[in-house]
Write a protein that binds this ligand. Structure first.
Ligand code: MN
Length: 192
């Protein structure tokens, strides 16, 4: 059987301080993300999904296997949206954000408002729709845009485990700090 691998964190564990702590990244990647990977491998064993790709599992599996596979995908996408480096948004993504949300500032406001209003556990995304337009969406629990034929460009993990050690219940504070470490190069690449 093929094994789903936990990708390493694409930056040093201490490199997002003071925005996201070493402790949070260690638990979040090495425990939470790793557990989803282990669960997928255990759950797909001896099933029709044994040799399927992660995307194929997400598109076709149900229940625990879907939840764990989608969480693996969502977390890998989230890590790629973060960076300790200063990055620049592409002109074409910037223009399209301004077209859809008036300004980058207003996009930030709307993204954070959406993430703050998400009840319970989930994810807040910038997605590109079939017609090329942009939208901010929330998904609950493990739900993921690719299941709904939406192309993810950027995501913020708003499960409590993403911020509780650093910010306790202050989700809005975490979202402000998330904004400081966005990898705009990755987000811009996804828009292409
Ligand atoms: Mn998480």
């Amino acid at each position: 059987m093929s094994t789903i691998i936990l990708p390493p964190l694409p930056f040093d564990y201490d490199s997002l301080e003071p925005f996201i702590s070493t402790q949070t990244l260690t638990f979040h990647h090495d425990k939470h993300h790793a557990t989803y990977v282990n669960n997928v491998n255990n759950l797909k064993k001896d099933t029709e999904f044994e040799d399927k790709s992660l995307e194929e599992i997400i598109m076709n599996a149900k229940g625990g296997l879907f939840n764990n596979a989608a969480q693996v995908y969502n977390h890998t996408f989230y890590w790629n949206c973060l960076t300790p480096n200063e990055t620049k948004i592409s002109d074409s993504l910037k223009n399209n954000i301004e077209k859809e949300f008036e300004s980058i500032d207003n996009f930030k406001k709307e993204f954070i408002a959406s993430a703050t209003s998400l009840f319970g556990s989930g994810w807040t995304w910038l997605v590109k729709k079939d017609d090329g337009s942009l939208a901010i969406i929330n998904t609950s629990n493990a739900d993921t845009p690719i299941l709904h034929k939406l192309k993810p460009l950027m995501v913020c993990d708003v499960w409590e485990h993403a911020y509780y050690l650093d910010y306790q219940n202050a989700r809005a504070k975490y979202l402000e700090c998330f904004w400081a470490v966005i990898n705009w190069e990755f987000v811009s690449q996804n828009f292409k």
